[in-house]
Design a protein around this ligand. Structure first.
Ligand SMILES: Nc1ncnc2c1ncn2[C@@H]1O[C@H](COP(=O)(O)OP(=O)(O)OP(=O)(O)O)[C@@H](O)[C@H]1O
Length: 268
């Protein structure tokens, strides 16, 4: 469980967090989205106790595993040594540590590179190694800051599956991304951050409920008609009733997470 309550964090005259609240339950993946500078990374740093808030608090049950946005790995040691180090720091020893390294390497497709030095790995392999350091000890709380940035589709799929598996095993996960379809794949709830606060929170369906979709109709000899509506079926029926020319095409577009994001961030 993770509860952040009224976090405030200032850097000089920049207010990075301005009353940031977030509650995430065990077994839940909360997708944290928001514009550059919204305060997501600052929240992670406070939750992981890397920095202290000026006000407010974070309550966490269990250990924290964090994959920071910037790769933070030692280039001159092997992947296996890296995982040994992080697993050891999390308290794993002996056979339990060896088994955790093997399982995590397997699920993140790192088995073939376990004995290669981190510095010679591809960007995607380094990304997976970074994620593995956080996932390996199966911590109670996972903070993942854009873990799939620059990852190819296979890497992305492996990472998402591994994250979902940890949540299904009871972990509390906060997953930061600018790539919204990932949140659907993760069956994540959503927290939208803006200017240092969480301004919308819920499941995708809850947040999309009041957002308009669009109905488009092409009628012979007329320009296309496009109508924004929260009730596409009723709107379509009304439009069809009033038309006296043959219809050439109908397109109904439901609102998407991208629309939600644009609406809430006012990025147009
Ligand atoms: N150590 C720091 N010193 C000064 N300012 C900082 C520091 N860390 C963050 N900030 C500022 O705080 C604000 C929030 O930054 P933060 O990195 O938390 O945003 P973010 O939502 O993670 O952005 P991004 O999507 O770009 O990763 C920004 O204006 C940033 O410049």
């Amino acid at each position: 469980m993770l509860i952040a309550d009224g976090l405030i964090k200032r850097y000089g005259d920049v207010t990075a967090l301005d009353g940031f609240d977030l509650r995430v339950a065990p077994g839940e993946v909360a997708g944290l989205v928001g514009h550059n500078g919204a305060g997501k990374t600052t929240f992670f740093e406070i939750a992981a106790k890397l920095t202290a808030p000026d006000a407010g608090q974070v309550r966490i049950e269990g250990d924290v595993g964090m994959a920071p946005q910037q790769l933070a790995l030692y280039p001159s040691v092997t992947v296996r040594e890296t995982l040994r180090l992080f697993g050891g720091l999390a308290g794993l020893r002996g056979r339990a540590l060896t088994r955790a390294i093997e399982t995590t390497a397997e699920e993140l497709a790192l088995t073939g590179v376990l004995d290669r030095r981190v510095g010679v790995l591809s960007g995607g392999q380094q990304r997976r190694t970074q994620a593995a350091t956080a996932l390996l000890p199966s911590p109670g709380v996972l903070l993942l800051d854009e873990p799939t940035a620059g990852a190819d589709p296979e890497t992305r799929a492996a990472l998402l599956a591994a994250v979902r598996r940890r949540a299904d095993g009871g972990a509390t996960v906060v997953y930061c991304t600018h790539y919204l379809p990932e949140l659907t794949e993760l069956a994540a709830t959503i927290a939208v951050a803006r200017n240092g606060r969480v301004i919308a929170r819920g499941t995708g369906a809850e947040l999309l409920k009041d957002l308009p979709g669009e109905v488009r109709i092409t009628v012979e000899g007329e320009p296309e008609i496009a109508v924004a509506t929260t009730d596409p079926t009723a709107t379509l029926a009304a439009l069809l009733r009033d038309l006296d020319r043959p219809v050439r095409g109908i397109d109904i577009r439901q609102p998407s997470l991208d629309d939600l994001y644009r609406e809430l961030s006012h990025v147009r």
